[in-house]
Design a protein around this ligand. Structure first.
Ligand code: SF4
Length: 432
């Protein structure tokens, strides 16, 4: 066989599959409308962990999540006190200029809270209903119907959110029974996955039969194992056209939660499955709740599906680097860029696609820095203590001494103004 026998006729395709066709649900508040599904970009959402009855504390956390980039924020509505606080949370957010839509998470008593606290129903932009937690038998039908009636009355979309930790026992028992009569019964885990998908779709159809529009329904089937989640969502996606909310439930703490969520969601997103995501991380004690928003954004941006903030490419460092200076610089530049984004995203449109490289030595430093929009190659062990800066692939200044970090940050700022500022936009319009 000749070498040319290995050559391909055309290059391999890069990128995720096109998003699967779904209906589009709109979650809105005031002038803000977040669209979920269809060809709209995958929406990032999050959930508070404050006591919802604490209206001020919850409003502050919603604001923090929104400022970090959460496009929708869910709050639990679990008690009469929480339901009574929801309008105050909404008012407080409106006063702070935060128009992020709020989603109410209802379990067990949602039918009572939504009907007894109409101002709560009005202040929420979407309701999450877990069909496994609305009661049993006849009560189940009535309670579910009451919540759907409220959604219809206020014109609110609903997420039918099934969770394997609270799967509808009656449905599961029925499917297990049917399974036992199969010539070759499925494994119990396969019956459980089937029950999740069936529960989500059956309840969505019931909601439609009760009057909820088809495009006001979003589905989720959350499990805590990566392979189960992938299988469940592939099935769900093949069997309905409702927009899908993706998330690995109880993903866990620290790197475990991030890795497991990323592993599961990346596979599905690559296949075009998923219209909104939430990363369910357990915060470290005293940890920042906004981490789940940052991780969700980083998954989407790493996959090239959306851009939220300039990305910093940094080498891992090795024996060629004698200090941690380049790690500190990479970290401070990444934090600085993220801090600027609330202002930059309106002042410098397109800046979120910028790439910055911070490299540790001459081996890959100049090459990687040239590929970035702006990069710096720091000196490794035994190298001349000088850090060349590359802008748009060209070597420009060389930084030296104790002020490299400050000078590089200033160079980044100047570059952002020059490339994405008003002057650059006027210049580009004149050229076109
Ligand atoms: S660029 Fe240099 S310092 Fe960074 S990992 Fe590669 S060899 Fe090591």
């Amino acid at each position: 066989m000749t070498d040319t026998a290995f050559q391909k006729a055309s290059p391999s395709r890069v990128g995720a599959a096109a998003k699967r066709p779904t209906r589009v649900a709109t979650v809105s508040w005031g002038g803000k409308a977040v669209q979920i599904g269809g060809t709209h970009p995958v929406v990032v959402q999050s959930m508070t962990n404050t006591d919802t009855a604490d209206a001020i504390g919850t409003a502050i956390q919603v604001k923090e999540l929104a400022m970090a980039g959460s496009e929708i924020v869910r709050i639990t509505v679990n008690t009469p006190e929480a339901a009574a606080a929801v309008p105050a949370i909404r008012e407080q957010l409106d006063r702070m200029g935060i128009d992020t839509p709020l989603v109410g998470d209802f379990h067990f008593n949602g039918h009572k809270l939504l009907t007894q606290y109409p101002e709560c129903a009005q202040a929420l932009s979407k309701y999450r209903i877990n069909p496994g937690n609305v009661g049993g038998g006849k009560k189940r039908e009535d309670n579910f119907a009451q919540m759907i009636e409220v959604a219809c009355r206020y014109g609110r979309p609903v997420r039918i959110g099934v969770n394997w930790g609270s799967l509808d026992h009656e449905l599961m028992a029925r499917l297990m029974d049917e399974n036992s009569r199969r010539a070759q019964p499925w494994e119990a885990s396969a019956v459980m996955r089937e029950a999740l998908v069936t529960s989500a779709i059956d309840n969505a159809r019931r909601a439609e039969a009760l009057g909820l529009p088809h495009n006001a329904i979003i589905l989720s089937c959350k499990v805590s194992h990566v392979q189960d989640l992938i299988t469940v969502y592939r099935d769900l996606s093949a069997r309905c056209d409702y927009p899908l909310h993706l998330g690995l439930t109880e993903a866990g703490m620290g790197s475990k939660g991030i890795v497991a969520s990323t592993a599961a969601l990346a596979v599905l997103l690559q296949e075009g499955i998923g219209d909104t995501i939430r990363i369910s991380l357990t915060p470290e004690p005293g940890g920042d709740r906004t981490r789940e928003v940052v991780v969700a954004q980083e998954i989407l941006q790493s996959m090239g599906l959306r851009a939220f903030t300039p990305m910093v490419v940094a080498c891992p460092g090795c024996g060629r680097t004698s200090s941690t200076f380049f790690q500190e610089l990479a970290d401070s530049i990444q934090s600085y860029l993220r801090r600027q984004m609330p202002v930059w995203k309106t002042r410098y449109p397109g800046v979120e696609t910028m790439n910055v490289a911070v490299m540790g030595c001459v081996v890959n430093g100049p090459g990687e820095s040239r590929h970035a929009d702006i990069g710096i190659s720091l000196p490794g062990t035994g190298e001349i203590p000088a850090a060349p800066v590359f802008i748009d692939g060209e070597r420009t200044v060389t930084l030296k001494g104790d002020t490299i970090a400050q000078e590089f940050q200033q160079i980044v700022e100047d570059y952002v103004e020059r490339r994405y500022g008003v002057g650059a936009r006027v210049h580009n319009q004149a050229d076109s």
